[in-house]
Ligand binder design. Structure first.
Ligand code: LLP
Length: 421
């Protein structure tokens, strides 16, 4: 992870001495950098602007990291939000994100959540990204009760197959997400759905951790075709999130740069939509991982070593309940010792949870790690804390932020197991 480096055998993250922080604070903890977060957001937003897209709207996907302080930073940079629940809507607004910049995705929006979103401002939220016809009917009914007009965007299922883990692939017929072209176009002929709703946009989101953009291009072409077929005066086209990061060194070669990604979006829209229509819908993005994954690390302490014949286990105090990507998706995350040393011992880095999948890395080459030494799990800013749990009745970890002035701030206190009821 290029955001980490050793000075005098000590590991630094964004110029902060990790061992010093780990000695002062309760491990395990997440450590984020305001500077990296800000840079990632700005690179993304200005990448869109510089590629020629007019008035792009970047809606940060809250599910990747809903920490209040981080959201506050993103809100101050102008970010909108992609949300999937009433809880995320409340959190986004509390952090200062205007409802006029909020898109609401998800196949299971409840009546209560829909009403909350409709009441969020005079005009409700920026858009409901609708995933079924029954959902459209419910939103229309709710808007009628409130004497409002809901802003609707259909999430198109473009029937493509991106290269990614099957659990986070979302753009094909067998997936529960989005609506097929025929159903979208058919719904437009039914006036009853539209008495208190208005079609303002169309969206796609085909999956997450995408490094190969072939399917993304196909999906955007399809999005444009369907958008033209609606003949509706669309205000925006939402190309979703999903742009990946390099967790493994082998992925660095494949990683699309922001400018490559933005050029692909811009050129595809130009060819497939702008060249064929008078309309100039703005482009909406829903990135999560690309903004926040590299802005965070997870710091753990070694509890003890255990050797079973040829298997050397290093047992750490962080577990799959704190960070579940390796156990859930078999995801690779780099592990870096905080004290520099010759990495020559193959070890399994495991947590305290009673599951064999509670393993952050198998046969990783490490220096000798002793009780009390610290270890960093890299690239954990996205889908880390947000997917954590109290499994095994463990408390939730601390979250720290390295501010712009390099001051360390507690942005979420550790939860002790004594607080659990
Ligand atoms: N928009 C929608 C509608 C989504 O469902 C998602 C992610 C995003 C945007 C943001 O995608 P991103 O830019 O972060 O790839 N827990 C998994 C990832 C699940 C993604 C779910 N949806 C992981 O740790 O890899």
């Amino acid at each position: 992870m290029k955001e980490l480096d050793y000075k005098n055998k000590k590991l630094f993250f964004n110029h902060s001495d990790i061992s010093e922080l780990a000695k002062k604070n309760k491990t395990p903890f997440f450590l984020y950098s305001e500077e990296i977060l800000t840079k990632n957001y700005s690179d993304f937003f200005y990448g869109a602007v510089n590629s020629g897209l007019i008035n792009p709207l970047v809606c940060f996907a809250l599910k990747s990291n809903p920490n209040k302080e981080l959201l506050h930073i993103l809100a101050s940079l102008g970010s909108g939000a992609d949300i999937v629940s009433g809880g995320e809507l409340k959190r986004a607004m509390e952090a200062g994100i205007s409802p006029e910049k909020i898109v609401f995705s998800g196949v299971g929006k409840t009546e209560e959540e829909i009403i909350f979103a409709l009441k969020a401002s005079k005009t409700g939220i920026f858009s409901f990204n609708v995933e079924s016809i029954e959902e459209l009917e419910l939103i229309n009914q709710c808007a009628k009760k409130l004497k409002k007009k809901a802003r609707i965007c259909f999430r198109l299922n473009p029937v493509v197959q991106p290269k990614t883990h099957k659990y986070i692939s979302t753009g094909n017929k067998t997936h529960k997400f989005g609506l097929l072209e025929a159903d979208i176009l058919d719904s437009l002929h039914h006036k009853k759905y539209w008495t208190h709703s208005r079609l303002v946009g169309l969206s796609v989101h085909i999956g997450s951790q995408l490094l190969d953009l072939k399917a993304t291009k196909k999906a955007i072409i399809k999005l444009c075709d369907v958008a033209l077929s609606t003949k509706a005066p669309l205000e925006f086209l939402d190309v979703g999130g999903g742009l990946g990061v390099d967790y493994h060194p082998d992925e660095t070669q494949k990683l699309p740069s922001i400018s490559e990604y933005m050029s692909l979006v811009n050129e595809t829209l130009n060819k497939s939509f702008y060249a064929k229509s008078e309309l100039r819908p703005r482009v909406v993005f829903e990135p999560g991982r690309r903004i926040v994954a590299k802005a965070g690390i997870f710091v753990m302490k070694v509890l003890r070593n255990k050797i079973s014949e040829n298997n050397h286990f290093v047992i750490v105090d962080g577990g799959m309940n704190d960070f579940m990507r390796p156990s859930l998706y078999g995801a690779f995350h780099d592990l870096v010792p905080v004290k520099e040393g010759k990495s020559e011992n193959p070890c399994h880095i495991v947590g305290p949870i009673c599951e064999t999948s509670d393993c952050f890395g198998s046969n990783r080459l490490m220096p000798i790690l002793n009780t009390g030494d610290f270890l960093v799990l890299c690239d954990t800013g996205a889908y880390g804390y947000s997917m954590g749990s109290n499994y095994n009745l463990r408390g939730r970890p601390l979250e720290l932020l390295i501010g712009k002035n390099k001051k360390i701030k507690v942005i979420n206190k550790a939860q002790s197991y004594l607080e659990l009821s």
